[in-house]
Design a protein around this ligand. Structure first.
Ligand code: PLP
Length: 430
């Protein structure tokens, strides 16, 4: 990889530009192959953030491209209210790999919309207005999904616009920087679950439709839950008759070593939302999976309004092909390589006294930076102004040919390469 002429990824250092900014000096990506992308000057980068945690099968996957072309040549679009083979096939494939509790799929377009759809369905089914979600979570940028989001960086700009009606936050079981006084993972799981029960009881269980949570906090910092935590959450949901919605927008499709992150926890959700990796980002697609009795309610008079591009046939064709790729060795590659990835990152914590914590699972990891003498982050993550040395790390990684993600809060760097990434590539990137 030629690094000398690589550019600093200034876009990744500031906020991600979701509009075209002609004055931007960041990397302009023109090509991609496997775990690598190439910029307009021919410089190659290891894509250790899968763009936006979504190119799970890697760039330039011929099988997915061919499936999309084939669909385009047959019929490019079929109404989301009608049947078409790609949509049916993808639904069957999703149900086959999802937790056993989930039997039905409703398609949408983006992760934000899928979360809003899941919340709407849950509120209707439970006939209750509130949804509990975690501080340090990201569920999307639209009106409703933004209300559920609880990360300090996104919250600021969204707060004035998001609806707060029915959106209640609780504290997550963070293994680093925890607000709970716990010595062991077991104590942390118990303290965080007790806190959740306190919130449920004080809000009034009959007013709560659902708990919405990522199985592993994605952009908030790759926090895995301590053992036993999700079992307690499931028990609380059963005891107080609250639906459990898992947001698998990042953690789904092999990213964390199983088809879905919640499967590693051995817990069955009532609803599950997905997006990103379902098509490996070859086309936009998202959706909600749900228990049969919830699907029945949707059919028999609940919320059953589709979106024009929900389940677009070309996206569904990409999804069928992407799932086949995950099944055909990619998830296996994550399982075979995740140990080496974690070990390699753990060495950073031992070798560099600015690294305070490394954490994650599968191909989703965070490296947390803090002042070794005080344990304090190098800048105030709520007021993200002035000099932030973590952004220097992101820029310098890009200079050296590795694209990484900036977490929220911006005290950390997130590593989430495509699932086809090899142990050698991990070694180079780390
Ligand atoms: N949920 C999670 C966990 C996410 O990480 C994201 C996006 O990063 C979303 C939802 C929103 O998805 P989208 O950007 O497709 O609306």
């Amino acid at each position: 990889m030629p690094h000398s002429s690589a550019k600093e990824d200034t876009d990744a250092q500031t906020s991600i530009p979701h509009w075209y900014d002609p004055s931007s000096t960041g990397v302009t990506i023109t090509d991609g192959d496997g775990s690598r992308v190439v910029d307009d000057e021919g410089t190659e980068y290891l894509d250790f953030v899968s763009q936006l945690y979504c190119v799970n099968a890697g760039h330039g996957n011929r099988a997915i491209v061919n499936a999309m072309i084939e669909q385009l040549e047959r019929v490019q679009y079929v109404s989301s209210a009608k049947r078409t083979p790609a949509r049916a096939e993808l639904s069957d494939d999703l149900v086959a790999v999802a937790p056993d509790s989930l039997s039905n799929v409703m398609f949408s377009v983006s992760g934000s919309e899928a979360n809003e759809l899941a919340v709407t369905i849950a509120r209707d089914y439970a006939d209750a207005p509130k949804v509990l979600s975690r501080w340090r979570s990201y569920h999307g940028s639209t009106y409703g999904a933004g209300s559920m989001t609880g990360d300090p960086a996104t919250r600021g700009p969204l707060e004035a616009h998001a609806s707060t009606t029915g959106a209640v936050k609780f504290l997550p079981p963070m293994t680093y920087g925890s607000p709970f006084d716990a010595e062991t993972p077991e104590e942390l799981a118990a303290a965080a679950a007790d806190h959740l029960e306190f919130v449920i009881r004080n809000e009034g269980p009959e007013t709560i439709a659902a708990i919405l949570t990522e199985p592993i906090a994605g952009t908030s910092g790759a926090y895995t839950a301590p053992p036993g935590y999700f079992e307690r959450v499931r028990d609380l949901c059963d005891e107080y008759e609250i639906l459990l919605i898992v947001d698998e927008v990042i953690t789904g499709f092999g990213r964390c070593g199983d088809w879905f992150g919640i499967q590693t926890e051995g817990v069955e959700p009532d609803l599950l939302t997905f997006a990103k990796g379902v098509t490996s980002a070859y086309a936009p697609l998202a959706g909600v999976m749900m228990r049969p009795e919830i699907a029945e309610r949707v059919r028999s008079g609940g919320f059953d309004i589709g979106q024009t591009f929900g389940g677009h046939p070309v996206s569904c064709a990409a999804g069928v092909a992407a799932l086949a790729e995950y099944d055909d060795g990619l998830i296996e590659n994550v399982r075979a390589t995740e140990g080496a990835f974690a070990d390699r990152l753990s060495a950073l914590e031992r070798e560099h006294d600015v690294v305070a914590d490394v954490r994650g699972r599968g191909f989703l990891h965070a490296v947390e930076f803090a002042d070794p003498t005080t344990g304090e982050p190098f800048h105030d993550p709520r007021v993200d102004e002035g000099h932030n040395p973590v952004k220097d790390v992101i820029g310098e990684a890009s200079n050296r040919g590795v694209l990484v993600g900036g977490g929220r809060p911006t005290t950390q760097v997130i590593l989430a390469p495509p699932l086809c990434t090899t142990a050698d590539e991990i070694d180079t990137a780390v």
